[in-house]
Write a protein that binds this ligand. Structure first.
Ligand SMILES: Cc1cc2nc3c(=O)[nH]c(=O)nc-3n(C[C@H](O)[C@H](O)[C@H](O)COP(=O)(O)OP(=O)(O)OC[C@H]3O[C@@H](n4cnc5c(N)ncnc54)[C@H](O)[C@@H]3O)c2cc1C
Length: 414
């Protein structure tokens, strides 16, 4: 049986491993979002990539593959707001803010916590009904508008339940009194390779899997079960796709209505990651969120605080992320000036690398759900399976992408 897999990221590799066979066609270099880059002694990832696992077997797998090259870290991250560093998550730790803001946040949170529960129709309603008006006004609305780049009414809320920590009433009160609440959310502690960045896990994980790199797909003939590429024509019995769903549907020759609609209705935010070699002083934390509009970026992170091996001695390795259109060097320089004048970092950039990710976070909308339902019956009839974050157009972590690859194989075998 000929098994063909599109996309050589962690999901494509998981599928090949679970199938026990298969050829992967990869457009660039294997690794997908887990690619890391070495530049003049600095190591960078594709934005901060930490490994957190819900399933014990995945954690054990990571530990076994990484051996000595594994660090276990306790998350130390902040939200920079009103000139203060609020420990993450904001909703449980807003004590550094003024008395007035704290009281407003607490009052509105208690109102919704004790009020009548209504079913949220969208992400905006979910935020308001979960955290109350003041926390939304100060933090959740500006941050999420900047991050997603669309009206929050257009976004669904189911995903938010795993992604956004919801503290209990006791935790919010404890946090408001000044006792930092730790351990909330999906990544209170995480693993990170000591050497080589996130790619070093991918490298070990993908050993023995056949990946053809540098493949340009011209057209996919789902009726004939053929994929035409710059490296020849590949015939298959079963096709798994982990490439962005929006691109995959454009490559399919058969133009069913749902296929035509997919490219218009599947939307994602784009992210520009600037990886920065830095000389000077950086804060002792892993990353900082920036909700306020005056900061055009949404997150600043410190690879060399994950592992000091990520930068040459005496230097640091940073990442700064912008959502929306592709950014230019001038915007990076301006952003670093702002961060220096706020006193968050002190020093200068010695080099940088830019990575533009057109489909960084697939946006969960009702239209996307409808399209995916329509596509699933189209695919089922044609022995096509989709999986992974970009492939199935879902906001998934690395582990969740691996699990999605496993599920695709299970549904093929069922
Ligand atoms: C900025 C950012 C930060 C993240 N941080 C974390 C984190 O800290 N922790 C965490 O658990 N998860 C994180 N994630 C999510 C994690 O990276 C993904 O869930 C996971 O890597 C997805 O793997 P994948 O194989 O499904 O997709 P991808 O990694 O996107 O792989 C798809 C592959 O398909 C290839 N491809 C694309 N088009 C074509 C084509 N036409 N033909 C052939 N190949 C093609 C791509 O080059 C790529 O290699 C982050 C994601 C982003 C974007």
């Amino acid at each position: 049986m000929k098994v063909l897999i599109l996309g050589g990221g962690i999901t494509g590799v998981t599928i090949a491993k679970k199938m026990g066979e298969g050829t992967i066609l990869e457009k660039e270099k294997a690794g997908g979002f887990l690619r890391s880059y070495k530049l003049n002694g600095f190591t960078f990832d594709t934005g901060g990539h930490l490994f957190h696992f819900k399933k014990k077997e995945n954690r054990i797998l990571f530990e076994r593959l990484m051996g000595e090259n594994s660090l276990k870290l306790r998350r130390k991250s902040f939200v920079y707001i009103m000139g203060k560093m609020v420990p993450y998550p904001f909703q449980a730790n807003f004590y550094p803010l003024s008395q007035r803001v704290k009281m407003e946040c607490l009052r509105d949170f208690l109102n919704v916590a004790h009020g009548e529960k209504k079913r949220a129709k969208n992400f905006r309603e979910w935020l308001l009904g979960t955290f109350g008006e003041a926390m939304c006004r100060y933090f959740f609305f500006p941050y999420n508008r900047k991050f997603w780049g669309i009206d929050l009414e257009k976004i669904t809320s189911e995903w938010a339940k795993w992604a956004i920590p919801k503290p209990s009433v006791e935790e919010v009160i404890r946090g408001a009194r000044g006792n930092t609440v730790e351990g909330l959310g999906y990544n209170p502690s995480f693993y990170y390779p000591e050497n080589g960045g996130a790619y070093s896990f991918f490298k070990k994980y993908s050993e023995g899997v056949e990946i053809i790199e540098g493949v340009e797909i011209n057209i996919i003939e789902t009726d004939e079960k053929k994929v035409n590429t710059n490296k020849g024509r590949f015939q298959y019995d079963v096709l798994f796709s982990t490439i962005p769903l929006v691109e995959f549907t454009k490559l399919i020759r058969e133009k069913d209505d749902v296929i035509k609609l997919a490219s218009a209705l599947l939307i994602a935010n784009s992210v520009t990651v600037f990886n920065i070699g830095f000389e000077g002083k950086i804060p002792e934390c892993h990353w900082i969120y920036f909700p306020e509009e005056k900061f055009p970026f949404f997150r600043l992170g410190f690879y060399s605080n994950f592992s000091e091996k990520m930068a040459p001695e005496g230097f640091h390795s940073l990442y700064l992320e912008f959502s929306g259109s592709e950014r230019k060097e001038a915007e990076l320089t301006e952003a670093l000036d702002m961060l220096n004048s706020e006193g968050i970092i002190k020093g200068k950039m010695v080099l940088y690398q830019k990575i533009f990710i057109p489909h960084a976070y697939p946006i969960p909308t009702r239209e996307a759900e409808l399209i995916k339902d329509g596509l699933s019956s189209f695919f089922k009839k044609r022995q096509v399976y989709i999986a992974g974050r970009s492939g199935s157009w879902e906001y998934l972590s690395t582990e969740a992408s691996m699990e999605s690859g496993t599920r695709a194989v299970e549904s093929f075998k069922a």
